[in-house]
Write a protein that binds this ligand. Structure first.
Ligand code: GDP
Ligand code: IMO
Ligand code: MG
Length: 423
């Protein structure tokens, strides 16, 4: 038996979807454990190219059960749409389960997220994620299991809608039509009922049976609500221990934690980004958007901000998560660069600092860079570490040594098969 957690080690979009699709080969159960459809997890395999927003990336494995876990925030319309997309592509969703305790994203959460962004937000994905989690913490939100219970639905909506309507009114919008919303909820309930389950019991039954469980994280540590660049963060915990916390098992049971690291950095949304390149410098890495692996948001289509790899971020991510291995993705995207830089330290007022400074300080600091000669060769056809160009090996070994964690996977292209397994 093993419990493995895959998390982003940077600012999101590191290639978690590709890694979960790959690693789910050996999993009996894959669990998306936090976040909602703010995620865009790209999978390219023999079935096609898919951008998963809420359904776990183990869904392409026929013998693997996929659970949308208790720690998530689920928009039922998005979930049903994603099921339709997969089914249209011939992918079975028979093994999909939804925890009854997962929080729901309601249409009014999306509307309020949009309103707040229009009037000075933080660059969210406008998917209502923060608003749904806010209602969770106010203990006024609907959960997936409530969709089956007319009386509970009514009671929760009656309790919460006055507050929601006051917020909508603040933005000059009409109140929610509660009768219509109740009908919508009941219809979602009818459609989602077959996949509803007790997430805690399902996970524990797999643990007790000694099966392999793979947890799929969303986003990355720098956007964690407590540990990231507050307030430019998401509303959940994209860190490994939260897989255990949200599922209800001891964190010490986690055997392996895979930190997914892009070979450079990217971020979307507002906030500090110390190693950010200017537009000209970043053009090659960003691409035009014509390819599925160009740097445009898989959910919003926004151009991603691009930066050099940042060791302070990786070390912080390791301190928070406790990685047992790293997956370095998108090495191939550096193939054409003459010189590649890695930030090895931060200076504040000329003084080197250790650790991860707070948000305001991140704006002020200056990264110290080490430069590497590029390899100017195609790596996409390399099948093992030995066949990589010498300068690429140097780049990889440098990262591995500085973080102190083995790089077990090296991504050399977007597809499931573009991966080097390092022995
Ligand atoms: P996620 O949110 O962490 O799952 O990552 P995204 O799917 O949002 O963004 C990662 C992008 O990089 C996607 O377009 C992937 O198809 C692509 N990708 C992942 N690994 C590799 C790799 O090793 N090489 C290349 N060229 N693209 C990759
Ligand atoms: P994956 O799982 C990159 C960012 C938003 C914004 C902040 C808060 O594909 O890596 P939210 O909508 O969560 O309230 O927005 O977080 N963000 C992401 N950035 N990848 C994601 O997901 C993201 N999910 C949210 O841009 O800065
Ligand atoms: Mg993404």
């Amino acid at each position: 038996m093993s419990i493995k957690v895959v998390v982003g080690a940077q600012w999101g979009d590191e290639g978690k979807g590709k890694m979960v699709d790959l690693l789910s080969e050996n999993a009996d159960l894959v669990v998306r454990f936090q976040g909602g459809d703010n995620a865009g997890h790209t999978v390219m395999n023999d079935d096609g190219t898919f951008k998963q927003h809420i359904i776990p990336c183990g869904i392409f494995r026929k013998d693997c059960v996929n659970l949308i876990g208790t720690g998530t925030a689920v928009n039922p319309d998005v979930l049903l749409g994603e099921i339709r997309t997969l089914q249209a592509a011939g992918i079975s969703t028979e093994n999909l389960r939804l925890s009854e305790s997962a929080q729901l994203v309601m249409p009014y959460h999306v509307t309020l997220d949009e309103c707040m962004e229009e009037t000075g937000g933080i660059g969210t994905t406008r998917r209502g994620i923060g608003q749904a989690y806010a209602d969770k913490f106010l203990r006024k939100n609907l959960r997936a299991g409530d969709l089956k219970k007319t009386d509970t639905l009514k009671a929760i909506l009656d309790d919460n809608l006055p507050f929601i309507n006051a917020q909508l009114g603040y933005f000059g919008l009409p109140a929610v039509n509660s009768a219509e919303l109740l009908e919508k909820c009941l219809e979602w309930g009818r459609r989602l009922s077959p996949m509803l389950c007790n997430g805690f019991e399902l996970i524990h039954s797999y643990i007790d049976a000694g099966k392999n469980i793979l947890f799929e994280g969303q986003l990355g540590v720098m956007k964690d609500i407590d540990l990231g660049i507050y307030p430019y963060v998401t509303a959940s915990h994209p860190v490994a221990a939260y897989a255990a916390v949200s599922s209800g098992f001891p964190a010490a049971k986690i055997d392996e934690i895979t930190g997914v690291v892009k070979a450079f950095s990217s971020a979307i949304g507002d906030g500090p980004f110390p190693t950010e390149m200017n537009l000209e410098e970043s053009a090659v890495l960003r691409g035009s958007g014509a390819h599925p692996d160009d740097e445009y948001g898989a959910t919003t289509g926004r151009a991603r901000r691009i930066g050099w790899l940042d060791l302070a971020v990786l070390k912080y991510a390791h301190a928070v998560n406790g990685f047992t291995e790293l997956a370095l993705t998108k090495l191939d995207k550096l193939d054409t660069l003459q010189t590649i830089k890695i930030a090895t330290a931060y200076l504040v007022d000329g003084q080197a600092i250790t650790g991860m400074p707070d948000t305001d300080e991140l704006y002020r600091l200056e990264p110290v860079y080490e430069s590497f000669d590029g390899w100017l060769q195609d790596t996409s056809s390399c099948m093992d570490f030995e066949s990589l160009p010498e300068n690429a090996k140097k780049y990889i070994v440098f990262i591995e040594n500085r973080v102190g964690i083995p790089i077990r996977y090296i991504g050399t292209g977007p597809s499931r098969k573009n991966i080097i397994l390092v022995k």
